[in-house]
Ligand binder design. Structure first.
Ligand SMILES: [Zn+2]
Length: 104
């Protein structure tokens, strides 16, 4: 059996994702709900605002195309309980939503 990662498309409630997303950095992660920094990868809830994490993303996986799947693999191995979301996709949708809220 040969295993590899393929990206899939699924509809998400973006407000829910924003509230429950853990964004992985090199050594620590941050909370997208309150922007708290320095959270450990194994945290189930944010130590600052207390939200439960359901989703996981990585800016690094988005920025380094060649390393993407290695980063995703490491993230999934560390947190198989969270749904991995592509940071570029997430960032684009949130940007559009912010523009809508601002101009609407
Ligand atoms: Zn938080």
């Amino acid at each position: 059996m040969s295993k590899s990662y393929l990206r899939i498309y699924k509809e998400f409630d973006i407000t829910d994702v924003e509230k429950h997303l853990l964004i992985m950095g090199d050594l620590k992660a941050d909370c997208s709900a309150c922007r708290a920094l320095g959270i450990s990868f194994d945290a189930h809830a944010c130590p600052e605002c207390g939200v439960q994490f359901k989703y996981l993303s990585s800016r690094r996986a988005d920025q380094h195309e060649g390393e993407r799947f290695r980063i995703v693999k490491r993230a999934q191995e560390q947190r198989p309980d969270l749904t991995f979301i592509d940071y570029g996709d997430y960032h684009k949708v949130v940007g559009k939503k912010k523009a809508r809220d601002f101009f609407g």
